[in-house]
Design a protein around this ligand. Structure first.
Ligand code: FDA
Length: 502
């Protein structure tokens, strides 16, 4: 049966009947702007022209989520889940189509974390931030950790939905690799755990991108063991001091190092900042660097020994001595404009590319580049084991531009810089398709369109879908057809339903 045409008034009435008044904010509510902006991170999407939700449901429990989904299905209003609101394109709270009403299902209150130290597992609500998760784990045990992203305010829901990686990725792989159960509300409003949802859907939600398959309420995670002492360093190598040669070499060295160490690079201005986390003592890190990458010249005086949770704070806030409670700060309003793009590199780039990158970094509107090396555990997971296919790549390259001035001139300058550099890198990065990371959402890759039946067109979605998921895209679309054939959970880059291949 076809989906009903949108009926806003009936949808709002349905919410009013089935949910407590304090859980629903319509745009007539005084607190609507606060509820909307509470977890927005990108000022680009806080403008009067941005199409906004007709309602925000601040779910207090699973039945609120089920009721909102059922109201949405019945009255043709799509519901976008929002956990931490960090989507780079704001797809958890804005739409590109002004004429198509939608609601936001905000999960920020569903953020309980319960840690089982004996079994080395935790259940975490999607609305928790990574900082809250790391804090809770460290609060229970100094020997356990979790291999998720660096940004402490990132929401668990979106992060796990897209894969998620941070400084433990070479030892432990993606955050999504450690999900062992989950509870989801599907397009029929049912509450399903892993056994009830089946392995196809359970596969899809661990990396297939958020907002396509249902609303994941909570996740059971396998925690990882961390040693009592880890070591970090940050060393700067300016362009004028052989940074080009170091970068050229880094591409071969960093993905091949032992799994206990990660060495990422941030390029900004005319400086290469090499940042490392090692699961062991300073002596071990210095010896590892001396063996693998003597050219970098890392000395014991560059190292700082600490606990794993202190290293989380160190990389999140760049420095030592910060209180652990800082991980609990979710932030309340957007502070910057930003735009990002990503690439995967499969062959080391020649040194002249780095030379020209330095020139790009001198331009007006320049942002920064983040190079996250893979290898280690990443390389030993099959590309089809989860929807995230980029397991064999040397490193992820993120182009990140940010600015604080309002107006189109600033936007064009910074976005123009990112697009220009991204265009110039094309010959040197992965091809057929040129890969990208779904958690660094980028609508320049393509935006969904309807097919003749009013569903998301599979053919058009392949353009962006294969960049994020390569061969896994088809299976994702087949799972979508099975679990959400009416395409209720949809957004500008949601997985389209592909009928009849499973
Ligand atoms: P948000 O709530 O905006 O959701 C993102 C998408 O998932 C939307 O489509 C949304 O509808 C959907 N979704 C959200 N909750 C869902 C749920 N419960 N069930 C189903 N779908 C859901 N990444 C990384 O790998 N490593 C890193 O270190 C970082 N660091 C980082 C720092 C900062 C400052 C930002 C802004 C972003 C990152 N990221 C990152 C990227 C981050 O992983 C990505 O943006 C996540 O999708 C954000 O998840 P949120 O829940 O915050 O976003």
């Amino acid at each position: 049966t076809a989906a009903p045409s949108p009926d806003t008034a009936s949808f709002l009435h349905c919410l009013a009947v089935h949910l407590p008044p304090q859980a629903v904010y319509t745009n007539a509510s005084r607190l609507y702007p606060i509820a909307l902006e509470s977890s927005i991170k990108n000022l680009l999407f806080v403008t009067p022209a941005t199409p906004k939700p007709i309602a925000i449901v601040a779910a207090g429990n699973a039945s609120h989520v089920q009721a909102a989904v059922r109201c949405g299905v019945r009255h043709g209003i799509s519901v976008r889940p929002r956990s931490g609101g960090h989507d780079y394109e704001g797809l958890s709270y804005r739409s590109l189509r002004a004429g198509r009403p939608f609601a936001v299902l905000d999960l920020a209150w569903l953020r309980a974390v319960s840690v089982d130290v004996g079994n080395e597992t935790a259940w975490v609500g999607s609305g928790a931030t990574l900082g809250e998760l790391y804090y809770a784990i460290a609060d229970h045990s100094a020997r356990l950790g979790f291999p998720g992203g660096v940004g402490p305010t990132v929401g668990v829901g979106g992060h796990l939905s897209g894969g998620g990686f941070g400084l433990l990725l070479r030892k432990h792989g993606l955050a999504a690799d450690h999900v062992i159960d989950a509870v989801i509300v599907d397009a029929k409003g049912r509450l399903l755990d892993r056994a009830a949802m089946g392995e196809d859907l359970f596969w899809a939600i661990r990396g297939g991108g958020g907002g396509s398959f249902g609303i994941v309420l909570s996740w059971k995670l396998r925690l990882v063991r961390v040693p009592p002492v880890v070591t970090v360093f940050t060393v700067h190598r300016p362009r004028s001091q052989s940074a080009t040669a170091l970068l050229t070499r880094w591409q071969q060295v960093a993905p091949a190092m032992p799994r206990d160490v990660i060495l990422r690079v941030v390029l900004q201005n005319q400086d290469a900042q090499f940042e490392s986390l090692y699961l062991g003592t300073c002596a071990g890190l210095v010896a590892t660097m001396a063996r693998s990458f003597p050219e970098l010249g890392v000395k014991a005086r560059d190292c700082i020994e600490m606990t794993w949770i202190q290293s989380v704070l160190y990389f999140a806030f760049y420095g030592t001595g910060k209180p652990m409670e800082q991980l609990l700060d979710r932030g309340t309003k957007p502070e910057r404009y930003f735009k990002a793009k990503s690439d995967y590199v499969t062959e080391p780039m020649p040194s002249h590319v780095w030379e020209s990158t330095w020139s790009w970094l001198l331009k007006d509107g320049a942002g920064l580049l983040i190079l996250d090396p893979y290898g280690g555990r990443m390389g030993s997971v099959a590309p089809s084991a989860t929807p995230f296919p980029h397991r064999r790549e040397l490193y992820n390259l993120q182009y990140y531009g940010f600015w604080f001035e309002n107006g189109t001139e600033a936007k064009e300058k910074h976005v123009g810089w990112i697009k220009g550099l991204h265009r110039e890198m094309e010959p040197y990065v992965s091809k057929n398709p040129r890969g990208a990371y779904v958690n660094y959402r980028d609508l320049d890759l393509g935006v969904n369109d309807d097919d003749d039946h009013g569903l998301t067109s599979y053919g058009k979605a392949r353009v962006w879908g294969e960049a994020y998921f390569k061969a896994n895209f088809e299976r994702l679309a087949a799972v979508k057809a099975k679990v959400d054939p009416q395409d209720f959970f949809r957004h500008e880059q949601s997985i389209p339903p592909l009928v009849s291949t499973l």
